[in-house]
Design a protein around this ligand. Sequence first.
Ligand SMILES: *[C@@H]1O[C@H](CO)[C@@H](O)[C@H](O)[C@H]1NC(C)=O
Ligand SMILES: *[C@@H]1O[C@H](CO)[C@@H](O)[C@H](O)[C@H]1NC(C)=O
Ligand SMILES: *[C@@H]1O[C@H](CO)[C@@H](O)[C@H](O)[C@H]1NC(C)=O
Ligand SMILES: *[C@@H]1O[C@H](CO)[C@@H](O)[C@H](O)[C@H]1NC(C)=O
Ligand SMILES: *[C@@H]1O[C@H](CO)[C@@H](O)[C@H](O)[C@H]1NC(C)=O
Length: 402
Amino acid sequence: MATARTRFLLGIAFIYCSLIGRASAGFGDRRSHPSDGGLTPATPTTTGATTPTTGIFDVKSFGAVADDKTDNVQALRAAWMAACKNSATPATLLIPQGTFRTGPTLFAGPCTSPKPITVEVTGTLTATSDLSDYVSPEWINFLNVDGLVLKGSGVFDGKGADIVKDITSLNSKEFHFHLHGCSNISFNNLTITAPGNSPNTDGMHISTSSFINVTNSIIGTGDDCISIGHSTSTISISGVTCGPGHGISVGSLGKRPEERTVDGVHVKNCTFINTTNGARIKTFIGTVAAEAKNIIYEDLIMNGADNPIIIDQSYGGKRKPKVASTSLWKISNVHFRRIQGTSIANIPVSLQCSSKNPCEAVEVADVDLSYVGLTKNTGFISSCTNAKATFGGKLNPPACQL
Ligand SMILES: *[C@@H]1O[C@H](CO)[C@@H](O)[C@H](O)[C@H]1NC(C)=O
Ligand SMILES: *[C@@H]1O[C@H](CO)[C@@H](O)[C@H](O)[C@H]1NC(C)=O
Ligand SMILES: *[C@@H]1O[C@H](CO)[C@@H](O)[C@H](O)[C@H]1NC(C)=O
Ligand SMILES: *[C@@H]1O[C@H](CO)[C@@H](O)[C@H](O)[C@H]1NC(C)=O
Ligand SMILES: *[C@@H]1O[C@H](CO)[C@@H](O)[C@H](O)[C@H]1NC(C)=O
C-alpha cells in the first residue's frame, strides 16, 4: 500500500489512483506530503465536527477559513469524508460564499452514503501557491466516485496563483481538474480558470469514466477547455463557453498502450471565444488499436477560432511537416453539424485521418464560417485526408474535393 501511495504521490500513472481509491475507501486527500504517513484512517481527525442531520456538510463546520490564505485541504478532506461515507441521507458538501484556498485535493470514492452526493460551490476555490505542494500536478481530482452532482455558481480559480504557470513550465505537465474512474457525474454552472499563457493546463480532463454531464459552465485555460481522454463513454457537454483555450477535444488518444475506446461524446450548444481549436479529435499513432466513435459536435458558435473543426491523427508527431498518419486508432461515426461563426484559419475544416484506418462516417453539415484572419485569404477551404466524409447543408468553406 505504501508503494502504491508513493507512486501516486509521484503521479506516475493514474492506474495507481484507482488502486488507492479502492484501498482508501474515500477521503479528500492531500497528496503532497508523504510525511503525512500511510493512508489516512476513514475518520476525520482534523475537527470535532459531527455529522449534520440536514445532509449539508458545510466546509466551514469542518474548519475551513475563507481568507484566501489558509490551506483548507484538511477541512475539505474531512467534510468530503463525512459526506461521502457517513451521511444517512443524500449529502451535500457545501463550499459557501467566500474565497477558500486549497492545495491538491482528492475527492475519492467509492462513497457509501445514499446517492447522489452533491458538491455545491457558491464560493471560490483558489490554488495554494507553494510549488512543493504539487508533487503531482493535478489540482482538484475526483476519483472513483459514482453519482456526484457538482453545481453552484462557484469558481475554481487556478489564476490566483502563479503556481499554475510554475508547475506547467517546470514539469511540462497538466494542471487541472481531473475525473478518473468516475461515473454518473454532472457538473453545472461552474467557472474554471487558469492562466491562458500556461501550457498543458486543461480546464477539465476526463478519463476512464462514463455518464458524465457538463452543462452551463465557463472554462478559460491554457490548453483544452475540456478534454475527453481514453476509456470513456456517454459524455455530454452543453452550454459551455470556452476561451481562452484550445477548444473541446476528444483526445489526445493513444499515447499509452492501456488506452481503450472512446464511445459516445456529445458536445452541444457551446461557444468558443478566440480559441486555437474548436471541435477537435486528436490521436497519436498509438501502439494498440482502439476506437473513437459516436461523437457529435453540434450547435456550436465559433468566435475567431483557429481550426474550428479538426481531426488530427498525427498528434504529437515530431516531424515537420507532419507525414500522413498511420494511427492504429479508428475514428468513426462523427458528426459536425450546425457550426457557425468566424475563424482565423485558412483551412477551418481539416479532417486528417489515418492511412491505416481511414475515418468512416464523418458528417459535416451546415457549417457556416467566415474568415476574419488578418492576412488576405484566397483559399478558405476544407481539407480531407483518408476521411470517408459526407458534406451537406449550407457549407462555408465548401466541401472537400473527395
Ligand atoms: C445516476 O445517479 C442517479 C441519482 O443517483 C440515479 O438515479 C441513476 O440511476 C444513475 N444512473 C446511472 C446510469 O448510474
Ligand atoms: C448559476 O450561477 C449564477 C451566478 O453565477 C446564478 O445567478 C444562477 O442562479 C446559477 N444557476 C443555476 C441553475 O444554478
Ligand atoms: C446527463 O444528461 C442526460 C440528458 O439530459 C440525462 O439523461 C442524464 O441523466 C444526465 N446524467 C447525469 C449524471 O446527470
Ligand atoms: C445554450 O447555452 C447557454 C449557455 O452558454 C445557455 O444559456 C442556453 O440556455 C443554452 N441553450 C439551450 C437551447 O440549451
Ligand atoms: C478576440 O480576439 C480579437 C482579435 O484579437 C479581439 O479583438 C477580441 O477582444 C478578443 N475577444 C475576447 C473575448 O478576448
